[in-house]
Write a protein that binds this ligand. Sequence first.
Ligand code: FAD
Length: 402
Amino acid sequence: MDFEYTAEQEQFREELQEWLEENLPDGWTEGDRDVPDDQDEREQFLRDWQARLYEGNWAGLHWPSEYGGRDASLIEQTVYREETAKYHTPQQINAIGINFVGPTLMEVGTDEQKERYLSNILNGEEVWCQGYSEPGAGSDIASLTTRAERDGDEFRINGQKIWTSYAHYADWCFLVTRTDDSGLKHEGITTILVDMDQEGVSTSPIHQASDEEGFNQMYFDDAVAPVENVVGEVDEGWDVVMTLSSFEHGTTRIFSIEQRYKDILEYCKNNTRNGQPLVQDPVVRQELADLDSRIQAAKVSHLRNVSKQMETGMPGPEGSMDLVVADELANDLENFAVNILGPEAALWEDGPEDGQWVRDYLQTYGSWIAAGTGDIQRNIIGERVLGMPKDDKSQTSHREES
Ligand SMILES: Cc1cc2nc3c(=O)[nH]c(=O)nc-3n(C[C@H](O)[C@H](O)[C@H](O)COP(=O)(O)OP(=O)(O)OC[C@H]3O[C@@H](n4cnc5c(N)ncnc54)[C@H](O)[C@@H]3O)c2cc1C
């Protein structure tokens, strides 16, 4: 396996760098990365960034050109992740639409659904959320109870979802519902595209440890969706749930972790403890070396998974390895960083990087849970990568099956 980038791929990198230099908000590349705290201003800021990515043809890098994307190879996508991590680009408000919902509709949506939704996902005019988890159904999505009942040409939806990222911004929800409970729990499930802008849908923010409002509870009280919004077949939505989840597991944060490592390394070079630069402290050096070698190993492992995906065309269960390794690394790195920064790490706006270190530190705990917990990812690795015997079927969670 050759991990060198070709001249074309390096040219792609340069094109992206130039675009980022020109298009990131004023002051961003110099380190002034101010994202508004006010929710409305923040939403506008993130929507503007999404629109700018679209104008530059960077929004749907991995989407086929027939749907307005760039047809980028997996290696180009890797270069994109590396560079956007280096520039600490703002988060993509429509990440769920672009990375999960769009690709799922391309696989299993009707022609009408593709025509109706895909371009507005790409240009960011319609932001999406993913309504899977419920208070009694997280790892085990098949235990869901949110009901959708047929009423003429519509479905009437009642129930509750929880931990729904971006729901407070979202225009649409990719919702998993129960339409029949007479069979096995993986049967009688239907996935429906639900308009968030209607009386029967309400959201209530959940404050995270960082005090940010990243995710929400969602309530459906006689909400409606026309039958043509069903994705796949009624009562047979389990495969659709799995399709979306496979895209979810195929992402990696390793490049942003590497960038954060470089940031703390820089801090250690430029700051002193007991009169000498932190990088000269033997304990600090040892921890830096340990983190760096683990990050490099994780990158090679990720690139190996990318190579395999280039052969098979779909993300495989190896994505779970990337998730577990990245989550552990991020947690260790952030712990190291807050130790190094000392009391300063606890400062919000007046601290280093406007409190970004403490936000990142707190975020690592949520990342371990989102998209399937570390335990669930380990089960996937055990069963589907290492070929170990399957767990008792009745105990198997949706995240293990995906
Ligand atoms: C930051 C963040 C963003 C999120 N965004 C979304 C979103 O946009 N949409 C959405 O639908 N959901 C979202 N979630 C919810 C997330 O998918 C669930 O929290 C997650 O799947 C775990 O479900 P749970 O919280 O119900 O925990 P549970 O499933 O109840 O798990 C509790 C504990 O039991 C362990 N466990 C459960 N089953 C097994 C098993 N079979 N084997 C071994 N251990 C097991 C788990 O690892 C965990 O430690 C988000 C969560 C977070 C933290």
